[in-house]
Ligand binder design. Structure first.
Ligand code: ZN
Length: 149
């Protein structure tokens, strides 16, 4: 089990150091997110076409967990219909808050399962979910900044 932990940690550190889909999309729907507890800042850019996420990028600065979760979120969601995004988010949220159950299993999360360990660190849950909340705001075209508080 500890080997698996290390592997998970390696994936998070890798994405934290070299985030994928990092950058701005001009003219895209966007929202800002802030987690004051940790100092994480993120801006999420999303392009939706025919109800499907066509492009998804982010910018910002934060801890390895917030950066890695944003990076892996973008990889997991490009090409997904909006309705499915909501389902994946609920599943992810249940797992990182330690409320995985029959309906929200770790197995269904695919690569995002690396964040399972976050459930042991309640303060880091906000780091791991900031980009997801911010994406939802971007999809809603909310004009106000998101805060985890
Ligand atoms: Zn953080």
């Amino acid at each position: 089990m500890s080997d698996l932990r290390d592997l998970y940690q390696d994936v998070i550190l890798d994405h934290g150091k070299s985030p994928r889909n990092f950058g701005k999309i001009e003219g895209a729907q966007s929202a800002h997110g802030h987690n004051p507890l940790c100092g994480d800042l993120v801006t999420v850019y999303v392009v939706v076409k025919d109800g499907v996420i066509e492009e998804l990028k982010f910018e910002g600065s934060g801890c390895a967990i917030s950066t890695a979760s944003a990076s892996m979120m973008t990889q997991a969601l490009v090409g997904k219909p909006i309705e499915e995004v909501q389902v994946i988010f609920e599943r992810y949220h249940a797992v990182v808050t330690g409320r995985a159950d029959d309906e929200h299993t770790v197995e269904d999360l695919g690569k995002l399962a690396v964040f399972e360990g976050v459930a042991e660190f309640p303060l880091r849950v906000k780091c791991a979910t900031l980009s997801w909340h911010t994406l939802r705001a971007a999809l809603d075209e909310a004009s106000e900044a998101v805060t985890t508080e």
